[in-house]
Write a protein that binds this ligand. Sequence first.
Ligand SMILES: CSC[C@H]1O[C@H](OP(=O)(O)O)[C@H](O)[C@@H]1O
Ligand code: ADE
Length: 320
Amino acid sequence: MTDASEIPNFFDGTVDLGIIGGTGLYHLECLEAIAVIPAMVTPWGTTSSPITISKVVGDSQQHFHVAFISRHGLHHQYSPSTVPFRANMAALKHLKCKAVLSFSAVGSLQQHIKPRDFVLPQQIIDRTKGIRESSYFNGVGLVGHVGFGKPFSESFAKYISQFGSVLKHADPKESCSLHFGKDTTVVCMEGPQFSTRAESKMYRMLGGDVINMSVLPEAKLARECELPYQMVCMSTDYDAWRDEAEPVTVETVIANLHNNGANANALASTIITNMANELPEFMLTGDGLQGSIKMSISTKPHAMSKETIAKLEYLLPDYW
Ligand SMILES: CSC[C@H]1O[C@H](OP(=O)(O)O)[C@H](O)[C@@H]1O
Ligand SMILES: Nc1ncnc2[nH]cnc12
């Protein structure tokens, strides 16, 4: 165990996996910090937290490295509407992560998804309100339209889904499931207030399975960075749709965070240990996303803004 004061504040090695921790998940026990980079300044602002670079506990070869960022800051100071999503994803891309694994506390919109279950969504319904900066390609002088029909990395989700049996319930008579299906859908609402009962019922009619306030623009930005991205949704409550129950409050969420945190640690540890043993195909090949930005740019080369290109070189240094 290294003394915190001895940990360097820079890192010049290679990073394999980026992890974004959400509500209640500010570090992972399977990781041992080898550098803590102070909040990184990017062309899109400063990251919400320092970035901890770690190796896997007990890995003497130190060959697999993880970059961990706290979505809401180390002290949960950024609301979901004010998280510097562009800076966070840009920093992970700049560090050359090969994929991003993200964690989020969510409400369940379906009876069979119990609080403390985990979900690997494959679709998103956007109910944010246009107040979040959600693109690197939305200015004048460099317009890009990336494909977003499949907003998550299915290969990454399949990889994670094989480890569902590590999830445990604190009560041995109960169990926790890992739900994964091609149409499993997360609704992203603006917040910070929770939904009304009417909205919650509408989201069920629209086909929502779980709801949070943070998968967007995170997933869009990962796609614009050509990064395979999967969110692990950790159910904490039944939102507001059940007439027989009180609508969600933050107390309900907190009551389930402890169990979810233990399972997030167990799941992340299994994923990371397996990846360190053998890098999965989607991380080696880029999951079909490498080069996709080039095809997505609509602006004619002579009309491209030099200023915007200079910023984008932070993300895609080999493009221009
Ligand atoms: C504290 S409940 C609402 C809050 O929890 C989730 O945060 P995160 O996705 O970062 O785990 C949800 O998206 C809301 O931001
Ligand atoms: N019910 C809910 N709605 C939105 N975000 C959440 N995060 C956890 N529970 C939630």
